[in-house]
Design a binder for this molecule. Structure first.
Ligand code: ASP
Ligand code: MG
Length: 467
């Protein structure tokens, strides 16, 4: 099989884990053609982002301190993990070159006193440069040829939308398949640092947080891989958060569309565009635990087998949001009201998570993250209060509960079952949305009611007996 294996940061952040990943890769490579994609080690991307914050605050010493923290962490990992002295020495030289480049970049940015989105992408792409080199060396250390590559080196070409770039797939397909095929013919395992590519001018771009998942599916689609495995520290997608529901179960199979909903609702953090490259080629994906190889994980496919087409597959939740009820008499029958509200929010960079409008058009209710709430309220007040908006009513500390499952489509009685279960537990629902795809039914409750509501719904649909 042609396999793309993507390792998350938590799977490659200490010596024992890196060595066991390298061992697993080597044993799989006996029967399969492998491409490895990796994230940065845990905390590294956060540290790089903090470097940029420090530069903006003109705190050069803090930026340098963080850079040496990253440096020391990787040097120490290299020394502890790589046993063969020649391989370790070569790795340390290569890491040192990267560190010098990182320090020079920081110096340059400090001089300029600004961090543009282009230099930001260059800066935060360093995490995967370090981890890719480390993992490739660990594979070399066990006697197998492996070579580290950045997204740019492997041939991922993107648009110039820094921090949220998208691949230009035609060019990318040609370049990636050529570079990987050359390595396959030399029996060398490519270890690609995820998260980044380069635009047509050669400037480094990134895909946004969690983007290594997306790197893996882009490469998988270019190679027409047989499967893509996302390896991390969880067993797969679950019917609910096991911290809330004790008898939550691992989902054996879900469809792409269900997985997309589950990714958005935070069941497991997966980059939202991860599934896009897989849809056309129908490449199956597995979500697996790197330290539990026996567990098959969750299979994400275009057509899950009939036996697993349950009505509802999971009930997930996102706490700590704010609800804004936007009211105003002149909103009724006025075309463009919603456009003005959402344009105002978009201009302020606020992501709206839920929207509902009642048919009388007298109010529009939205949910945003708590951290965006103050800003959302103030821009709406500043730009629209007294014009199309008469009043804003704000509720803080609310939780979104989402039921996901393609079997809900056209099934009668789902909503009544949900509300009966919730009512029995005396939980008040302050907002409901369901897209017309009927793939996702979401409700808003108080933060403090989250666990009760999730458990009640999990019970009502007997999700503990799902497989
Ligand atoms: N290292 C990047 C991040 O932390 C990308 C990734 O982990 O997938 O967001
Ligand atoms: Mg990650």
């Amino acid at each position: 099989m042609k396999l793309v294996l993507k390792y998350g940061g938590t799977s490659i952040s200490n010596t024992k884990d890196i060595q066991s990943v390298a061992k697993h890769v080597i044993s799989l490579s006996k029967k399969n053609q492998l491409v490895i994609v990796c994230s940065a080690t845990s905390g590294t991307t956060d540290d790089l982002i903090e470097i940029s914050e420090s530069i903006k605050k003109e705190n050069k010493s803090k930026a340098e301190q963080l850079a040496s923290k990253i440096t020391n962490r990787h040097k120490q990992l290299a020394k502890q993990t790589i046993k063969k002295s020649d391989i370790q020495k070569k790795l340390l030289i290569k890491l040192n070159d990267d560190f010098k480049e990182l320090v020079a970049l920081i110096d340059g940015l400090v001089l300029l006193g600004e961090v543009t989105s282009r230099s930001m992408d260059y800066l935060i792409s360093f995490g995967e440069r370090f981890s890719g080199k480390l993992l490739a060396a660990a594979i070399n250390d066990l006697g197998k040829k492996a070579i580290p590559l950045t997204g740019k080196e492997v041939g991922i070409v993107t648009d110039s939308n820094f921090s949220e770039s998208k691949p230009l797939m035609d060019t990318t397909r040609l370049r990636v398949s050529k570079s990987i095929d050359t390595l396959f013919s030399k029996k060398t395992i490519p270890v690609v640092g995820g998260f980044s590519g380069a635009d047509q001018h050669g400037h480094t771009t990134t895909f946004g947080r969690g983007g290594s998942d997306y790197s893996a599916t882009i490469i998988g689609s270019c190679l027409k891989a047989d499967e893509i495995w996302l390896m991390s520290d969880v067993d797969g997608l679950m019917t609910a958060d096991p911290k809330i529901v004790k008898n939550a179960k691992l989902l054996k199979e879900v469809s792409y569309t269900e997985a997309i909903e589950m990714a958005l609702f935070g069941a497991k953090q997966i980059h939202p565009r991860t599934f896009e490259p897989l849809l056309a080629k129908k490449i199956p994906m597995k979500i697996r635990n790197s330290s539990n190889a026996k567990n098959e994980g969750t299979l994400v496919t275009s057509s899950p087998s009939a036996s697993v087409k349950n009505t509802v597959k999971c009930v997930s939740n996102i706490r700590n949001n704010g609800l804004i009820d936007i009211q105003g008499g002149s909103m009724i029958g006025t075309p463009g009201t919603a456009a003005k509200i959402f344009a105002t929010l978009a201009k302020a960079g606020i992501n709206v998570m839920m929207i509902s409008q009642n048919p009388s058009e007298s109010s529009i209710t939205i949910v945003v993250k708590n951290s965006d709430l103050n800003k959302a309220v103030s821009v709406l007040e500043m730009d629209l209060l007294g014009k199309i908006i008469k009043k804003l009513e704000v509720t803080t500390g609310v939780s979104i509960i989402a039921l996901i499952g393609s079997g809900m489509r056209g099934t009668i009685g789902v909503a009544s079952k949900v509300f009966a279960a919730i009512e029995k537990n005396k939980v008040n629902v302050s907002m409901i949305t369901q897209g017309s795809s009927e793939l996702n039914l979401a409700l808003v409750v108080k933060n403090s009611d989250t666990n009760t509501a999730v458990r009640a719904i999990h019970d009502a649909f007997t999700l503990d007996k799902i497989n």
